[in-house]
Write a protein of this length. Structure first.
Length: 451
């Protein structure tokens, strides 16, 4: 049953969170809503979990957490928002189902609870995540290199990089859905390298880092740095020392490659990309952001939505609700401008509140704040260093979503939700596996004493 769960999970991740375009998946019209084959897979998946839990109903869970209860409450508020959207004359079943398909991927959290408490399951999940991250990174590099034309089955945006309103000639920004899994894999590999440096892990880290860099996502870069710094202070002394020493080694190697690339010895194309990345990173200052029209426009966007929210502050407008009409195109060519209704907003907290109201925002904040604080306190309790590295990486990634959602609605995007839920559940699985292993060791010692 565990292998079945993991195989289906692998397929769902391929469809939702890596490089495969959801548009190639067959869809049916059911009751006025567009239902995808993946929706049926997801229902089947939940059924598998239920059966698995019945088969392992006598298995104790050493590490219990209120995060499970808070996740149920948050999803419950989402259900209210779903029906709020369905019965709204401005939304309807089709739009509600479209956004509900993304939001209810938070249920992936419970999929992990169907896995038996075995360290092998932790490694299987991690290996799947790393494979997906490497696959996405490979396609990102392939697209950015210009060696191939646009690959039709690949989802995401591939366009010329624009920073501060200016296009960077010769630099392609690759924003695939799999940036979420790349980001998580970056955390995992970093903390695994802090335990043991190997050629394989360094190679994977290089590949994933390139994919992460090519996303040119400043929000992800900055939130990752902030989360790693936050987690570092809660590490036990020995692990803190390992992270500091081996992290410095990895950073020094990366710096050598970066400086070498900037010098031009790796070729003009590499230098062009690194120059663009340096310029983009340099804009992450107060002055740089104030000069960025795209960034500053998000404050006005939030102001408009919060003004509308005064009409329905408690429950919001429901999943699928349209937020605004936007105009997209080049100002220099009026004929290319197009206007359309969207349910999108850049600030994830405003986005969530507009759809699920203050009730939804409070449920989200309660879940994430509790998870972050409790998980940081639990870091020092883990005994297995390898399991501990994966646990710290999972906690760090979830924490990074808190600042990241201020500039991008990662907390409401399906391609990120499935990885967020996976990271939260993986941390819970790590705690339970480590606690169970510790109990077995202690039990074995007690038996030896009795004998």
């Amino acid at each position: 049953m565990n292998n079945l769960l993991l195989i289906i999970y692998f397929l769902l991740c391929l469809i939702f969170s890596t490089v495969i375009s959801p548009q190639i998946v067959p869809r049916l019209s059911v009751g006025g809503a567009s239902v995808s084959l993946t929706d049926f897979l997801f229902i089947f998946f939940v059924g598998c979990i239920f059966i698995s839990r019945l088969m392992h109903k006598n298995e104790s869970v050493p590490a219990r957490s209120y995060s499970i209860v808070l996740m149920i409450i948050f999803i419950g508020v989402g259900v209210i928002g779903f029906f709020n959207g369905i019965f709204s004359k401005d939304v309807g079943i089709n739009l509600a189902v479209r956004e509900g398909r993304n939001f209810f991927l938070y249920l992936v959290f419970f999929i992990y609870l169907g896995l038996s408490l075995d360290g092998k399951n932790v490694n299987r999940v991690v290996n799947i995540l790393l494979i997906l991250a490497c696959l996405t990174s490979f396609f990102s590099i392939l697209e950015a290199s210009g060696v191939v034309e646009r690959i039709p089955f690949i989802a995401g945006k591939i366009k010329t990089l624009t920073t501060g309103g200016e296009e960077m000639a010769g630099v392609t920004r690759v924003s695939l859905p799999g940036v979420s899994v790349i980001n998580f894999a970056f955390f995992i590999l970093f903390f695994q390298l802090s335990q043991k440096i190997s050629v394989l892990r360094l190679s994977l880290m290089l590949l994933v880092s390139l994919g992460f860099f090519l996303s040119f996502n400043r929000g992800a870069w900055l939130s990752t740095i902030l989360a790693m710094v936050s987690v570092f202070f809660f590490l036990p002394p020995l692990l803190k020392k390992q992270v500091a020493i081996k992290g410095f080694i990895v950073f020094f190697l990366a710096l050598l490659l970066f400086v070498g690339g900037l010098s031009g010895i790796m070729g003009g194309r590499v230098k062009t990309y690194l120059d663009a990345g340096t310029d983009r990173f340099a804009t992450m200052t107060v002055a740089g952001m104030q000069e960025d029209n795209s960034f500053m426009g998000r404050f006005e966007e939030s102001r408009i939505l919060l003004e509308k929210l005064k009409n329905r502050p408690v429950l919001g407008f429901g999943l699928g609700a349209l937020t605004q009409r936007v105009t997209w195109g080049k100002e220099g060519n009026k004929e290319s401008l197009r206007s359309y209704e969207t349910g999108y907003a850049h600030n994830g907290y405003v986005y969530l509140t507009y759809k699920l109201g203050i009730l939804g925002l409070l449920a989200f904040l309660l879940l994430f704040v509790y998870f972050s604080v409790k998980s940081l306190k639990m870091i020092k309790r883990l005994k297995d260093p390898e399991i501990g590295a994966i646990y710290v990486a999972s906690v760090g990634f979830v924490i990074s979503i808190v600042p990241h959602s201020l500039v991008n609605p990662r907390n409401m995007e399906g391609k990120w939700i499935i990885i967020i839920a996976s990271a939260m559940a993986l941390s819970h699985l790590c705690l339970s596996v480590d606690a169970l292993a510790s109990r077995k060791i202690q039990g074995g010692i007690s038996n030896d004493i009795i004998k």
